[in-house]
Design a protein around this ligand. Structure first.
Ligand code: PLP
Length: 376
């Protein structure tokens, strides 16, 4: 079976994990965590804090912006559960808007209509590693005094206006889950682009204490300062991540090579109008990281049927998000703003194809697609 995804390995992981085990400290905020922080800060030009997941980084964003019950947070419905769950944990109400048909990202032209006096945050999601129109989003947010926390879980290695994708919004978050371009098993980072949050972020991260100050020798003891949690990963996780971070550019290049191969090889199917391909650079001023290659089936074809056909041929593919606005919890905790036709259509018809560094089976996958459309 061709798997849908294979975790990337640089080859340096075991050596660094061994060093982490031998250094006599495996709990968080040690040497490897500091190395990752230094690397990420240099890359994003902002303070970064490793977390045990992107979910945790989003939860930190909700705490940092001091969300309270009744506050509203605007986000796409076509996203992962954590984008919403992190804010619902604070009692806030997610307000779901539709996505653009080209990028599958939050439609910035729908924002103004979704904003109310209760709106406190906007959460743009960089789906498939493609940045949102951040120029437009930041302009609206600034004019209404709203925080922007970007869910860039899939976008490590992407660029917008020549800057790494995590550099946008007041806060931004990445995932290092093993399905992502760069991984540490589970893992993530919060990127603090607005330095106003720097000091509190460090406190929330270390269980609501000023322990980081204590470790730097700035205070003689540490104590409980405000509400936080344990957001930091262990040194083992940080060591795996440190073995991978420097490879982010190489991995994006390799994945984009395979992405381009898929794009060229599926053109004839688009010409037959049986599917549309993922668009090449649909967002101005951006470069994607080859995180994902998807096709969108024409409405006359059944996506589940194709999924099972590929499975029979030994090829694992994957649909994606069940829209949050129609999920059980989404209906209970959130509300929609306007209709969401693109979200509904895409969640029914999109299929992701296998892609990882070193993947050589594009011709086999495309030939299976061709057979399916001949038979259906
Ligand atoms: C858009 C988006 N946000 C958040 C997450 C959650 O990331 P993590 O598994 O690191 O918590 C994911 C995971 O795939 C995601 O795709």
């Amino acid at each position: 079976m061709i798997p849908f995804s294979k975790p990337y390995l640089s080859g340096n992981e075991l050596k660094l994990v061994e060093e982490a085990l031998n250094q006599g400290k495996t709990s968080g905020n040690g040497r490897f965590t500091q190395q990752c922080h230094a690397w990420l800060t240099d890359y994003f030009k902002s303070k970064c804090l490793l977390t045990h997941s992107c979910t945790a980084a989003l939860e930190m964003a909700a705490l940092l912006c001091a969300l309270k019950p009744g506050d509203e947070v605007i986000m796409p419905s076509y996203t992962f559960v954590s984008t919403s769950n992190a804010f619902v944990l604070r009692g806030a109400t997610p307000v779901f808007v539709d996505i653009r048909r080209d990028t599958l990202n939050l439609d910035e032209t729908k924002l103004e209509a979704a904003i109310t006096t209760k709106t406190r945050m906007i959460i743009p999601v960089f789906y498939a590693g493609v940045p949102c129109d951040m120029d437009a989003i930041m302009k609206i947010a600034k004019s209404k005094n709203i925080f922007v926390a970007v869910d860039a879980a899939q976008a490590f290695g992407s660029y917008y206006h020549g800057k790494p994708a995590g550099s946008f919004g007041h806060l931004s978050s990445l995932s290092f889950h093993d399905t992502k371009n760069i991984m540490s098993g589970e893992g993530g980072t919060l990127i603090i682009n607005d330095p106003e949050f720097n000091e509190r972020a460090e406190i929330l991260w270390e269980k609501g204490t000023n322990r980081s100050k204590f470790l730097r020798g700035e205070v003689d003891k540490y104590s409980w300062v405000e509400v936080g949690s344990s957001f930091l990963p262990s040194e083992i996780t940080a060591a795996i991540l440190m073995a991978q971070l420097p490879k982010v550019g190489d991995v994006a290049k390799e994945r984009c090579k395979i992405w381009n191969e898929y794009f060229a090889a599926t053109e004839f199917l688009e010409n037959k109008s049986v599917l549309s391909r993922q668009m090449l650079n649909p967002q101005k001023h951006s470069e994607h990281n080859g995180h994902m290659y998807y096709i969108i089936l024409d409405k006359h074809f059944n996506r589940e049927k194709l999924y099972f056909y590929l499975k029979e041929q030994g090829i694992q593919s994957a649909s994606h998000y069940v829209p949050l606005h129609s999920s059980q919890a989404g209906r209970k905790y959130g509300r929609t703003s306007g209709d969401l036709p693109n979200t509904d259509f895409i969640s029914e018809q999109l299929l992701r194809l296998p892609l990882w560094p070193g993947f050589k089976e594009v011709p086999r996958v495309v030939s299976a697609l061709e057979d399916f459309f001949k038979k259906n």
